[in-house]
Design a protein around this ligand. Structure first.
Ligand SMILES: Cc1cc2nc3c(=O)[nH]c(=O)nc-3n(C[C@H](O)[C@H](O)[C@H](O)COP(=O)(O)OP(=O)(O)OC[C@H]3O[C@@H](n4cnc5c(N)ncnc54)[C@H](O)[C@@H]3O)c2cc1C
Length: 504
């Protein structure tokens, strides 16, 4: 006789989970969560059995933000996205940013801050407080969040509103702790965001201009000067609200070559009447882009590839014009390239670490970044590592507890590496740890959303004030420490010790 077995979400599946950069994997028991009630049930079991739970949305974290050694809640809640008048949308947090784009496109609007990947969920990016190529103008994702629904470890649900004149100090602290809190305070089940309208009628494309920068100093000065000009009026406010209605100015981003020269890339939305002229970075579904992503991994070839691109850009006088989704989700070419290489047995790793250097408006705003870049070039020279990309963008300050730009305008410098196999990983980790110390020495912070190769005491010092705010919330909402990811265990172990005496 055939026995009919019912699907039971509370039966875990032992699984090995890794991350996008492929630097470490962990075994865990994975629970598929299809309904909020199942998450509540999982919290109850974790409280009872003293287990630790980590949420996993799209699993696109570059390091161990969505990994744990005990229970992993793989979020499979139904996806829903709908527009709200006049310029917002509401969604469940398993929806992805292409889902949002499909909802906003017919309204001639666009989400403001969107990650470069199609697969990140709204819950994953809110928890990371995502940044993007338009962040020099708009700030990070938190600037567009109007509210969200939070399920706390005691099983209670509450709507958390964006801080404003009518909200309480406790509510505000919760907003600042959960956004960018990497799933450490509760499960975000729904979110409401502001959409961005264009400064013209009708649909839009993205226009990109590329200008040569003869030196690192030249590029850093251009980026920081643009930041000053764009945010003059916000500088003295604790947390500026950028209006988020239109994107009136081009957003600048810097790309640097290992030899010290680079280019300033400026992007803006323009009416879609302009004729398309694709920028290689914005063509993730083309053979050229995918091949380019493969070629930069070959030792020595990457440098030549970048030299050729820079030379082409120097000669170019016309801007590039691309479709919005190709620009927003431009890193998908890298994913396809690595998947294809994986299929023929070529394992790749792609560690990326972002260092945020303070922009000091009172003294010399360039000093910290220039000093840090000297350390970077020296370290690259000594170790012979060659990044596949060095990119830079400025970020306005915010009030998010675990943000690298908490109370500090910053220049985010990302070093990306792509290597075949893991043989060089230990040396790369050592170099990134040493650079983190150099970053700390000039008042900077390592961003928690990409790879986090830092000595724990150095990271704690970088985040000490925000960590105190976050710990107050953690003690209040999760005294038994059931929500602990591998990243928090590795970096903030004294803050996430199981509290034997807490009662529930
Ligand atoms: C190709 C690629 C391009 C990228 N581009 C960018 C970029 O341009 N800008 C940028 O900022 N980042 C970028 N990232 C990083 C990515 O946006 C973040 O890692 C993001 O957190 C991934 O979302 P996810 O749904 O995959 O989350 P996961 O990796 O599954 O989880 C991320 C974190 O969020 C928590 N979490 C997930 N869902 C919830 C929820 N509903 N409630 C509470 N906590 C939750 C997890 O516990 C974990 O701590 C990129 C990553 C890749 C792979």
């Amino acid at each position: 006789m055939k026995v009919k077995t019912m699907y039971n979400p509370m039966i875990p599946h032992p699984t090995t989970l890794d991350n996008y950069s492929n630097v470490i994997s962990h075994n865990a028991s994975v629970y598929s969560i299809h309904r909020v009630e199942e998450a509540q049930q999982l919290f109850q079991s974790a409280q009872r059995e003293g287990r630790r739970v980590v949420f996993r949305g799209g699993g696109n974290s570059l390091h161990d933000q969505a990994q744990g050694r005990e229970w992993v809640a793989q979020l499979r809640l139904p996806k829903v996205v709908y527009p709200l008048k006049p310029h917002s949308f509401r969604a469940t947090t398993t929806a992805t940013w292409p889902d949002v784009w499909r909802c906003s496109q017919p309204l001639d609007m666009v989400p403001g801050v969107v990650p470069n990947t199609e697969w990140a969920t709204l819950g994953g990016t809110l928890s990371a407080n995502c940044l993007c190529q338009f962040s020099p103008i708009l700030g990070k994702e938190s600037n567009g969040v109007e509210s969200f629904v939070l399920l706390t470890p005691d099983g209670e649900k509450q709507e958390v509103l964006r801080p404003g004149p009518g909200t309480s100090a406790e509510q505000d602290a919760l907003f600042y702790g959960v956004v960018g809190g990497l799933g450490s305070l509760g499960l975000v089940t729904e979110v409401q965001h502001r959409l961005l309208s264009f400064p013209f009628d009708g649909p839009a494309n993205v226009q990109t201009t590329v200008n040569h920068a003869p030196s690192t100093e030249h590029l850093i000065r251009q980026l920081i000067d643009a930041h000053h000009a764009n945010h003059k009026e916000h500088r003295d406010k604790r947390e500026p609200w950028f209006g988020y209605k239109t994107l009136p100015k081009p957003s600048p981003l810097g790309v640097l070559h290992n030899d010290g020269y680079g280019c300033l890339i400026e992007k803006e939305y323009v009416p879609s009447t302009s004729k398309r002229s694709p920028f290689i970075f914005h063509t993730p579904k083309t053979i050229q882009n995918i091949m380019g992503n493969m070629v930069v991994m070959a030792p020595g070839v990457g440098n030549l590839f970048w030299k050729k691109l820079h030379n082409d850009w120097k000669r170019r006088t016309q801007p590039y014009i691309d479709r919005i989704p190709d620009t927003l989700f431009s890193m998908e070419g890298n994913r396809t390239a690595r998947q294809l290489l994986g299929r023929v047995g070529l394992e790749t790793i792609c560690p990326q670490q972002t260092f945020v250097l303070p922009i000091d408006h009172k003294e010399n705003p360039y000093r910290a970044s220039l000093q840090f870049m000297d350390s970077v070039f020296e370290a690259l020279h000594n170790t012979r590592f060659s990044p596949s990309l060095i990119d830079m963008l400025t970020l306005p300050k915010d009030s998010i507890a675990l943000s690298a730009t908490r109370d500090m305008d910053g220049l985010a410098i990302t070093l990306s590496f792509q290597e075949f196999g893991k043989a060089k990983l230990p040396a790369l980790i050592k170099m990134l740890q040493e650079l983190s110390q150099d970053c700390a020495a000039v008042g900077g912070r390592v961003h928690l959303v990409k790879n986090v190769f830092v000595e724990p005491d150095v990271l704690e010092e970088m985040y000490i004030e925000g960590l105190q705010e976050w710990k107050q919330l953690k003690d209040q909402l999760d005294p038994n420490r059931i929500l602990v990811s591998q990243l928090f265990q590795r970096m903030f172990s004294s803050y996430v010790q199981k509290n034997q005496y807490a009662e529930y």
